[in-house]
Ligand binder design. Structure first.
Ligand code: ZN
Length: 310
């Protein structure tokens, strides 16, 4: 039997225009811009990556910014929120910072005994900051707390998380008709909440919605082992796909959310130095010959702001 799942590797969302996305993720949330590349399936669109200062798995948020994307709607069958971990006592500084910068947020609220706020990105994506004793560092470098999936009938997803992935069931919190069931792994980005809310609308993909969440495999062999277990559990899993910075497999879990399992290696320093991650447009080998045309077709973006510390 495998070791249990470590936690999240990355989360990928669809955003509006790339500049607003860069300004929000670096300027407002203080994330490091770690990779500027293109959507490998549609190279006229950027694929932008953000993470902690080490570009470590469990901190990596990626976006496909479509300038003309219609707004999506978080709802049933989708991941609906991503949460970053902040150390206990650090949330008030973030609240002060958002208030000072005119960034709208909801909260603070308490969830499973932890204080949290929810921020809306310019395209509407819900990003939460949650105070947790599991956080290690000084805020932007703490990586993910976890993600919330919106699933009306969560039983099959819960079985996948606990019986295949090895998450522990942490119980349920209720708010009105809605229930939030929490599952916990051991590593960074270890929390998966399943929100079931009969009054919520169905999800609609588009700007401001999460496309998929990716769990971590520690290497290629570990990934193949996870693949075999997911197939055995009845999932329709893709073959291994080379995503340049990791290998990926994908499947739709029983509640409808697109899951990925991504390898830690080779990582984001495979094609440029760790010190200068994100500064140049990186293209995989199959597009390098078309670099000029690809660059000409991409919207212009200003170089990301330097990291602001609190
Ligand atoms: Zn992915």
């Amino acid at each position: 039997m495998n070791n249990p799942m470590i936690g999240l590797h990355h989360v990928t969302a669809i955003s509006g225009g790339p500049q607003e996305n860069i300004d929000f993720m670096t300027g407002t949330l203080g994330q490091r811009f770690i990779k500027r590349t293109v959507n490998f399936d549609a190279p006229d669109t950027y694929h932008l990556y953000y993470g902690d200062r080490d570009a470590a798995p469990g901190s990596v948020m990626t976006y496909f910014p479509f300038v003309n994307a219609g707004p999506g709607r978080a709802g049933n069958g989708m991941a609906r929120a991503l949460a970053y971990a902040v150390p206990v006592g650090a949330l008030d500084a973030w609240i002060g910072r958002f208030a000072g910068d005119g960034v709208a947020f909801d909260g603070p609220h308490e969830r499973f005994g932890e204080r949290m706020i929810a921020v809306r990105a310019p395209d509407g994506l819900c990003i939460e900051l949650i105070e947790t004793a599991r956080a290690q560092g000084d805020g932007p470098d703490d990586g993910f707390h976890g993600a919330t999936l919106h699933i009306d009938r969560p039983e099959a997803t819960a079985r996948l998380l606990t019986q295949v992935f090895g998450y522990t069931d942490e119980g349920v919190e209720r708010a009105g008709d809605a229930t939030r069931r929490r599952f916990l792994a051991a590593g960074r980005g270890s929390v998966i909440d399943i929100l079931s809310d009969p009054s919520a609308p169905s999800g609609r993909p588009g700007a401001g919605t999460i496309h998929h969440i990716a769990f971590r495999a520690k290497d290629n062999a570990d990934q193949l082992s996870w693949r075999a277990r997911a197939v055995e559990a009845g999932m329709d899993v893709t073959p291994v796909i080379d995503r340049q910075y990791f290998n990926a497999i994908y499947f739709r879990e029983p509640g409808g959310v697109l899951f990925e399992i991504a390898t830690d290696p080779p990582g984001f320093a495979v094609d440029e130095p760790m010190e200068t991650l994100g500064q140049a447009l990186m293209l995989p080998a199959q597009y390098e010959g078309k670099r000029k045309a690809i660059e000409a077709g991409l919207p212009e973006i200003r170089f990301p702001l330097p990291l602001k510390s609190l």
